[in-house]
Design a protein around this ligand. Sequence first.
Ligand code: COI
Length: 356
Amino acid sequence: MVPVRVTLTQHPKEKPQDESKLGFGVIFTDHMFVMDYNPEQGWHDPEVKPYGPFVMDPGTVVFHYSQEIFEGMKCYRRKDGGLQLFRPRDNFARMNRSAERLCMPQIEIEQAMAGLMELLKADADWVPSTPGTSLYIRPTMIATDIMLGVHASRTYRFFIICSPSGAYYENGLAPVGIYVESELVRAVRGGVGFTKTGGNYAASILAGDLAEKKGYSQVLWLDGRENKYIEEVGSMNMFFKFKDALVTPPLNGSILGGITRDSILKLAQEMGVPTQERRITVQDVFDAAARGELEEAFGTGTAAVVSPVGRLMWNDREIEISGGEIGTLTQKFYDRLTGIQYGTEPDTLGWVVPVE
Ligand code: COI
């Protein structure tokens, strides 16, 4: 592993005064971690340095063909003031799965961890302490060759930036309304749906805009082939609590393998809640609702945490879930998960990594 060079800023920025108004991903800290790759040297020059712009040639591959991947994780401040991360190595491992699909180089997980730890030490004072807030961490890899041919780049840049953030949804834990998209698709079999690449999110913006205009916070995507199986909400995996089990779509290659999704499945096991990873149609969900067997629905994600879904709109029909309130099980998962993340609940599954 190459030692991380640390160059601290001489011009620290003013930190936000009111942590209740952080928003999501709009303020950035004083430093960033950067390292570069070429086939001759591998990853080299890892450095924590003052946060600032990259000067890049307009012909750089990432601007043209979106050879880019990213991750999302968070650093939490415990009550005793200490800092901790939640399953960070799982995020870097997922980044390597995205990298393989996008023909990008693997990162050495311990090298990325070392860079992240140095960055968090430099920016420790930026981690907010108000309940529900955290430091959102965005590791990213971009292709840096300058060329217009459609091939994998030879050179890359990996960087990590951080943003003190509040809840992803404006109204915090209030149940969100979700629009089931029946025309546009997010991903298809054999595509890049399981990766965290910017293009997946770019492809979702139009549907998101249309849904917002209709009064819904997010879009629920259906499979790209038959247009009937539930996939994911771009920023969240979905869970449905039916009478007999908690159900989530399986990792079929076109949805993201969420770290929070996996955590909920494991916590459900710990709590004795039966779970099923199985294909489920939107019709199944609406039928179960009509029979009174759909008890709760929620989404999971690093940014979104556990977000109750209060309304689902599909083909001009809307159902209300849990009376539009946060469901009992949803609340239990939220409390247990955030309890582990903020260090107020026992970390029985060994997920927490302290920043020391
Ligand atoms: C995350 O939950 O970390 C994500 O990357 C979702 C994002 C698009 C806000």
